[in-house]
Design a protein around this ligand. Structure first.
Ligand code: AHM
Ligand code: MG
Length: 337
């Protein structure tokens, strides 16, 4: 039996240190947590409840949506629209922003999310996750617009992810370190199990989709080649490689034992006018906030991701994140050209 701190208790205690806090934010986070519990249950039941497979539709990025992509988006909207904390939401699965419907009160926050990231893994029963970010709504709450969402990652109030793996976990930052909670299925509560998570500054493990190797820019080629050369090469040490194709699982591994995750811009994307694979507002920014709060680094190659000024809602970006010394090395390789 666990008698630890629940995530609600943790958030309330954190909020007590913030002068003038109204409890609004605590309550919003609670609704996000509830949505993730519902998703955990759905993902866990999989084929038993008929949620696997394609929905037969495409999202704004032209990707085929899975049934669970569509369902998880609905769950997130329904869980978070009613309570009066949000002005609007934006998701990977919706072309436009979702202003809170008129029958509910509107609040001062904005929520962005990828309800089910890594969804190519759903049908093969490999870990997937939810990523979310909370911003303040700068333009007032009456008529929220896309422009309100276009804030640099440094403006995030909170960011987190839920990982639906062998156990379901929630990892959260409110800008005061990173804490991890494990879902106790018996009592239906997330319990603090990983307080103050820190990414080791050094690592001997990297993650990249090597099928794109022929399109990589020189600095990425150099970095990966030096890792592959191992003990006999420039690094003088052997490296290990992992690729799960689920960013949440990848970032969680890095938070647990260090590592570098790369989905860099490449020649193929450049040729098709694409700015990267991952989306800035609901993938790269929240993950960069978490990684930096755990002592790691997160860059495009040449720039800190959290400093980027977003221009569109579904903007993509090159992502290199993880153990600080390796990320700094990759930055140097880019600066050397
Ligand atoms: P998604 O939001 O459509 O699931 O795409 C994002 C995912 C990341 O979780 C993962 O790192 C990457 O796409 C995997 O890409 P690839 O299929 O090229 O390996
Ligand atoms: Mg995604």
């Amino acid at each position: 039996m666990h008698n630890g701190t629940t995530i609600t208790q943790f958030i309330i205690e954190e909020q007590r240190h913030i002068a003038g806090a109204t409890g609004d934010f605590t309550s919003l986070l609670n609704d996000v947590v509830t949505a993730c519990k519902v998703l955990s249950n759905m993902v866990n039941h999989g084929a038993l409840v008929g949620v696997l497979g394609s929905a037969g539709t495409e999202n704004v990025q032209g990707e085929t949506q899975k049934k669970l992509d569509v369902l998880s988006n609905e769950v997130f909207l329904k869980s978070n629209e009613w309570a009066g904390h949000l002005a609007a939401m934006a998701s990977e699965e919706m072309d436009e922003i979702y202003p809170i419907p008129a029958q509910y009160p509107r609040g001062k926050y904005l929520l962005t999310f990828d309800p089910l990231d890594g969804s190519s893994n759903i049908d093969v029963n490999v870990s997937v996750g939810t990523i979310f970010s909370i911003l303040r709504c700068p333009g007032g709450t009456d008529e929220p617009t896309e422009r309100d969402f276009l804030q640099a990652g440094t403006q995030q109030i909170a960011a987190g992810y839920a990982l639906y793996g062998p156990s379901t976990m929630m990892v959260l930052t409110t800008g005061n370190g990173v804490n991890g909670f494990t879902l106790d299925q018996n009592i239906g509560e997330f319990i603090l199990t990983h307080p103050d998570m820190k990414i080791p500054a050094d690592t001997r493990e990297f993650a990249i989709n090597a099928s794109n190797m022929r399109f990589w820019d020189e600095p990425i080629r150099r970095y990966v080649q030096e890792c592959l050369d191992g003990e006999e090469g420039a690094r003088g040490e052997d490296f290990n490689m992992r690729w799960i194709a689920s960013m949440v699982a990848e970032v969680h591994r890095i938070l647990t034992r260090g590592g570098v995750f790369m989905y860099p811009m490449d020649a193929k994307m450049r040729a098709s006018g694409q700015d990267g694979k991952l989306r800035l507002l609901y993938e790269a920014n929240p993950m960069s906030f978490i990684v930096e709060q755990a002592g790691g680094g997160s860059i495009t190659g040449t720039e800190r991701i959290l400093d980027l000024q977003p221009e569109t809602l579904h903007q993509r970006v090159s992502v290199i994140l993880g153990s600080k010394n390796e990320v700094e090395r990759i930055l140097e390789y880019h600066q050397q050209g």
